[in-house]
Ligand binder design. Structure first.
Ligand code: UD1
Length: 378
């Protein structure tokens, strides 16, 4: 009996949101028995709580390579990552490269793949914020330009790609981050505030805000950051803010008072439990907005736009911008004047049904079988 050689697939990761997305895909790749997955970590995130903790908690296979690029200017970091990934491609000759989301590590993996004529699969393809001053938007554009297989989480992703003439190898599969929550709901629901979670005593389920803030636009300008932080102190309920090291450093550098609700960065399941139990979330993170939608927790977006437009269309989130007056007005509007009543809004589960990763893996397998890549870049 002959055994067919496994496809060698690179999963390129580097930052926290990449880890959350690779976890379910990695599991789905392993389940087929068809793939040898090699995880390449760029080293974009290196703090234990932003990186290694997620590998342990989400049982992600250890990276075979860690390029240890670390922090730095955007273009410098991207360039170093491309060169590092290129060297590993040369050594391992993968059959395909999978990249996730819109971080610098995502764009670097996609560019290195395209330059080596290796099929690139992009998980979370087609999303746009239509503002090139956002570092993630540049990554989205660079990644789209270098991708062969597009895995869109939402219909908006598909239509954004169609608008620029990309209709082939585009698949609407749902969101892999939602897979992870779906498949671990029991763990998340079992986490008790005040029990497993060592939180301030004033946090009562359904009676607090869950807040995150780390986008470049919100942390690089002292006035903007001060406006956001002072808004938090004016909220009508207590809040909790797991602090990204970038935001912590900005607060210290600008000499701003440390927010009263600040805590250390939280793990994935803990974060989900905190979102699920919150009355509302206030965030500039796309990941948190879609997770809040899943948990039916209303979200206020402290950014000027969002790529998760479906959550806004269904009324679960609202774009308020980093503006005190608009944030407080949005909080008031979303509370319905009564913080005790749960939100009553339609909810279509438009971000997927927990099977995105399996769909992705089966499409990659089919694509590699049919050798479509030979026609690519012809
Ligand atoms: C990156 C992603 C962003 C994602 C976020 C999640 C890009 C352009 N941005 O942003 O989309 O939402 O990750 O966390 O890829 N730092 C540490 N320890 C670390 C890593 C970073 O202290 O382990 C600090 C450094 O001061 C660094 C700063 O955070 O300069 C920014 O790090 P960087 O990876 O450039 O971007 P993030 O803000 O983390």
């Amino acid at each position: 009996m002959t055994t067919r050689k496994k496809y060698k697939v690179f999963s390129i990761v580097g930052a926290r949101p990449n880890f959350v997305k690779v976890a379910p895909v990695s599991k789905a790749l392993a389940e087929t028995g068809e793939f040898e997955e090699i995880i390449v970590h760029t080293g974009q995130h290196y703090d234990y709580l932003l990186s290694e903790a997620f590998f342990h908690e989400l049982e992600i296979p250890a990276p075979k390579y860690n390029l240890e690029i670390g922090s730095g200017r955007q273009a410098w970091q991207l360039g170093k990552m491309i060169a590092g990934i290129d060297a590993v491609i040369e050594k391992e000759c993968p059959d395909a490269i999978v990249v996730f989301g819109d971080t610098n590590s995502t764009a670097a993996g996609a560019i290195a793949g395209a330059k080596n004529n290796i099929p690139v699969a992009h998980v979370e393809a087609g999303l746009r914020e239509f503002n090139k001053s956002i570092p993630e938007e540049v990554n989205k554009l660079l990644t789209t330009a270098s991708t062969d297989l597009y895995f869109c989480p939402t219909p908006t992703g598909v239509s954004n790609l169609a608008k620029i003439g990309i209709t082939e190898n585009v698949h609407l599969v749902g969101d892999v981050g939602i897979d992870l929550i779906f498949n671990n709901l029991e763990i998340i629901e079992a986490i008790k505030l005040g029990g497993d979670l060592k939180l301030p005593p004033n946090l009562i389920a359904g009676q607090y805000f869950f807040v995150t803030c780390h986008r470049a636009a919100n942390t690089e300008d002292p006035e903007m950051l001060q406006e956001i932080l002072s808004t938090l102190e004016a909220l009508p309920l207590p809040y909790i803010l797991p602090l990204h090291p970038r935001t912590k450093r900005a607060i210290e550098t600008f000499g701003l008072p440390m927010p009263t609700g600040a805590i250390a960065p939280t793990g994935f399941f803990e974060t989900q439990a905190l979102i699920r139990n919150a009355r509302m979330v206030i965030t500039d993170s796309g990941g948190i907005i879609k997770e809040a939608y899943f948990h039916k927790t209303p979200g206020i977006i402290i950014d000027k736009q969002t790529e998760w437009v479906e959550t806004v269309e269904e009324g679960w989130s609202v774009v308020a911008g980093p503006d005190k007056k608009r944030i407080l007005e949005a909080v008031e509007a979303k509370s319905g004047g009564d913080f005790n009543s749960p939100p009553e809004l339609p909810h279509s589960n438009c971000l997927g049904d927990g099977t995105a990763s399996q769909k992705i893996v089966s499409i990659i397998s089919h694509y590699l079988h049919s050798n479509k890549q030979h026609n690519h870049h012809a």
